[in-house]
Design a protein. Sequence first.
Lengths: 323, 311
Amino acid sequence: MVELLAPAGNLEMAKAVVDSGANVVYVGARGWSRRRDAYELSDNQLHEAVAIVHAGGAKLRVAINTNMQSREIPLLLGKMEKFVSWGVDGAIMTDVGAIAEVHRRFPQLIIHASIGANVLNNEDVKFYRSIGVSQVVADTKLTLRELVSRQTDMDAGIEVLIHANKCYTYLGKCWMSPYHRLERTRDDFGKDLFRGSPNRGGLDYRVCLEQWGLYADNALLEPRIALKNDAFFYLDDIPALIDLGVHCLKIQGREYPIPLVAQIVCFYRELIDAYSANPADKSFDLEPWRVRLAAVQAERDAKRSNMTLVLLKEARQPVPHTT
Amino acid sequence: MKTFELNTTISNLQSLRESDLCTYDAVYLGNIYCRSFQENFLERLNDLKDGIAYVKDLGLRAYATSYGAPRNDALPKVQKALEAAVEAGADAIEVHNLGVLRMLHEQFPGTPAHIGGFANVYTDAGASALKDYGAVRFTPNYEISLEEINAIADTARLPAEILVHGKMPLGISDYCFLLEYEHKWEEKCPTLCQKCLLLKQGDWAMRSVGKGVLSGKDVCMLEHLRALVNAGHTVFRIEAAYESAAYRRDIGKIYRSALERAFAGDGRVDEANWDSIRQHTEIALCNGFYFGRTGGEYIGNVHEPAAVCRA
């Protein structure tokens, strides 16, 4: 049975998504995941989250998927020691060196190559398998055909994002945001926080969504270029993904309001269950689901637009230099 | 005097033949962003072989690069390009994708691999892990600081290649938005992306190359070469995949002589160099992320870098 993986940006959300039908929940360790700190959990909260999620019969994965600094790897291993002893069920990671170190230290821990690892082809999957990764998150740009070939040829689990955004660039291979603004601070535990760098600190100013003009030799060619960065919901491909046997359908959205995230989880839970219960020889009608999803999507789009405006405004703020 | 390597990037045979490479020690051949780039070495394998021979005849080291973000459908071509490069005697292969690194290591063991900037080396542990796959050099991810680069190179005992001048890669895509608009313009694919196309918004600017985004400002480390040398770096790149032959020639000349001085203990900058740099700078200068700050900032004695460049 395919797993439904849901986000939790706080403890209340962790409880809500489990109650809404998530099989697995992921949370970010504060300072170490690809979201701003408001949507990450302190170590104590993370300990509580393990209990909440396990009590609901689900599993908990911890995202430590920023590209940290070399000197921070011992800090990370210390954290992982605690997380493993608390019973986390897996770690979502990006940095090749950190993955190799964590796998060496905790060989039983299931490691998932994050979307930030940008696993693009079957040879990539083999590489990540060789350093200790068990499951890979498929890049949002991959087609169903590419996933089919991966599922056929690979011995790694595949996770597919069914609610996320499809950036203009490949995730994990973009530093447009910190090119325009990077604010570096250090937390109480010695972890550097790179506000402005999605790869390093989790906060992306979404500068790709600015209203760019395109110029050639100082002449304006196009007044408004759209560097596509669209949030999406999968619907039509869900039956095919289930039939294909992907291991996990993943919902992103730690930054959204709890009721909205719960609604999304509930929608996909019911869809997966309905499709799974549908007899193989009977067609499955997606139309009622499409109507239902449209309402959720409208709410999500409004929230996302507001967040983008706030981020773009923040990107224009001067950086206080402390070093 | 300690020896160093100054290298650059060239996308096709025509650009290679037009370029005066006398100030360089090595050249990377191929365009990492787009399979449709005009006569890309990575798609025209006879050109790649000819290019490697041409570079070696000049007495330089010839490196073949590979695609920055190859999907499954590109891998057969990547495979053929690796075969062609190895057969033609390339001195190393630059690899941005870890799957391609694995292919190279398994099929052509012993071929030196240079880890490219899109391979995302951020840590010493990451660099060490890639050494097991034949890496002999790495270009750090562009958003890490010199302090971090120095620590990785020291701990992993792997030389770092430092981009000292040129437009820094900021992102790579599978999608060329220029194709949506080209019907309105005279210039079309595959030459359109070679024009200097700038995305601008207020005082922000980035260079678009269709499937890639580069910094609008040129990274310039001319004032900081002594610090790079003191940190033990010996491999330097002038990023010029989308630049003219004149850019390669003039910027190469400046850095060759400045690096020779820096290795001799003299870190001063010849003031006349700024005039030449001005001729080849569309927006302004920056230091990338080398000083742990916003990538578009410039730190140096040239207090107003924009003032030495065209507005």
